[in-house]
Design a protein around this ligand. Sequence first.
Ligand code: SF4
Ligand code: SF4
Length: 449
Amino acid sequence: MLTDLIKRAGVVGAGGAGFPTHVKLDAKADCLIVNAAECEPLIETDKYLCRTYSEEIIDAARRVGAHLGAGRIVIALKRKYTREIEALGRAIHARGAPVELFLMDAFYPAGDEQIIVQLVCGRPVPERGIPLAVGAVVDNVGTMVGIHDALQGTPVTEKYLSVTGAVERPVMLKVPLGTPVLDCVRAARPAAQAYDLIVGGPMMGRVCTDAGRIAALRVLKTTGNLLLLPKGHPLTARAEKPLRRVIRQAQSACLQCRMCTEQCPRYRTGHRIRPHLVMRSVFLEYLTEDRDKYERMYGDAANCSECGLCELYACPMGLSPRRVNAFLKGRLRDLGIDVPKNPAPEVRESILSGKASTSRLEARLGLREYARRHAGDECLTLEPERVTLPFSQHIGRPAVPVKKKGARVEKGELLAQAPEGALSAHLHASIGGVIESIDEQCAVIRRES
Ligand code: SF4
Ligand code: SF4
């Protein structure tokens, strides 16, 4: 069965938080959407995969679509990706596959699951709901490549990723899981000795400014891009700003202009979220003890996807509604306040107007000089001497190790398995060698030929 093969191969969502794919596909849906929108600036991976593995992507989409019983199989990507459209179109034609290409404008966040479902299917996803609630399954294009391999019996052991930004040569890399991130950075030749790093894209990626933390990072199943920026770049500097200061600034500088709300993708899809109101009242948060009142004042924050559009694009004062919402989401969780979900939001007319164009976004983020330089079609492979493989590279419970220290493993051999019945994913050795160390969290393998 398709989901058994996918489970055996340890496939997880390549484009997001790493939801185990065999669980996601244990469903029926009328529409499968392959997400190739790659909407954050300076990420190259999905485009590379579309150009290079178009036939594999089409074959996998077809198999997954049939498994789901989907009457519609759609690959959604931006209309400006002409080479990728050509490659996918050729593969669809060659295979005679019932797959359509859905072309989108270049805006952020075109790749947001809820936006993509709304645009492709015309159905609003419920607040904090998943596309399946309206009959759709959305999978990233990288996940499709993983599924294709899984159907040939090949487990996930490698990762494609781009390295972009302040580097001498932006590159596409194919590396074993567990490769030190520093190896990838060096392959792109940093433009300066000191730099900040964003793992992922500039809008939603994880900011790392500490050299020690960067040195400890490894490539995981969910790593798709590394973005280098000069030390102290405004994008990384603002992420370091203490929350206390963020809240103080909200209190003193918010104009109540509503730009954050008007641009908010969740607000536009009809969800109950108005970041400008939260910004107005957040300074009272610590005084609000009554739970009903707390929910009334701050419950909207639960619907925030943390896409960053409000703070990095919309706000004329450089304030941070996203940081405030993220803080309040955590507080709602800690207080055990379960904010009710609207199951049938009504999309606002503004969903199609005044979208945040990618080029304007690049300019506002101070990334224009890097956006002109691309990784190209060459893909370098790295062969690190050692890999470090955490057993939790996915949402859910960590995989449980099945090997002991000192054991020899072949590339692709099972290293840790998903606990029976739990939301989890298998993990396989990404290189052949000897297990130098292994505990409940991770394994280190030293290469040996
Ligand atoms: S980060 Fe801002 S724009 Fe994005 S969903 Fe949250 S409030 Fe809306
Ligand atoms: S966009 Fe900025 S200034 Fe305007 S309401 Fe939102 S947080 Fe306040």
